[in-house]
Design a protein around this ligand. Structure first.
Ligand code: FEO
Length: 172
């Protein structure tokens, strides 16, 4: 049976992953309308991944005898100035997610729930990768700045990046 404090903080994390999925969906739609098809494809996939992160937690909470709470979501109107603004928002958001995952891990240790602690290690590793990826994308955009040719190539690269990720996932 899940300890109440652990259950509550896992439900908070479910809500966090759901809002990540929603935010990245809004970003994907913005990119699509702005003519960045490759970036949109990348962000639609990223939004799906966040939904999987949420589902994994929902199933874990329910399997351990807790009750997963499916959150209400409202993001209002989201708009971005440019691609740099999109990926800066994404990186800031991932840093917040990392902090909230660290909080979950902290509660697990305090409550001596080593099963959930073990389960959360996947999220800890995933956050390392996601933050590194967001930083490297932002570094590229800072280099490109407003160069139209550079932005065109960047967008094409992100499309290929998405294709590579899908191919790697299918191979594993
Ligand atoms: Fe599921 Fe990007 O954190």
């Amino acid at each position: 049976m899940l300890n109440k404090k652990v259950e509550d903080i896992l439900n908070k994390q479910i809500s966090g992953e759901a809002s990540s999925s929603h935010l990245y969906l809004a970003m994907a739609s913005w990119a699509e309308n702005a003519g960045f098809g490759g970036t949109a494809a990348f962000l639609y996939t990223h939004s799906d991944e966040e939904r999987q992160h949420m589902l994994k937690l929902v199933k874990f909470v329910n399997e351990r005898g807790g009750k997963a709470i499916i959150p209400d979501l409202s993001v209002g109107t989201i708009s971005f100035k440019n691609l740099k603004d999109v990926f800066k928002t994404l990186l800031d958001h991932e840093i917040e997610v990392t902090n909230s995952i660290n909080e979950v891990v902290h509660v697990c240790l305090n409550e001596k729930d080593y099963t959930t602690h073990n389960f959360m290690q996947w999220y800890v590793a995933e956050q390392l990768e996601e933050e590194a990826l967001a930083r490297s994308i932002l570094d590229k955009l800072n280099l490109i700045d407003n160069d139209k040719g550079g932005l065109y190539l960047f967008d094409r690269d992100l499309e290929n990046f998405k294709a590579d990720t899908v191919a790697n996932d299918q191979a594993n």
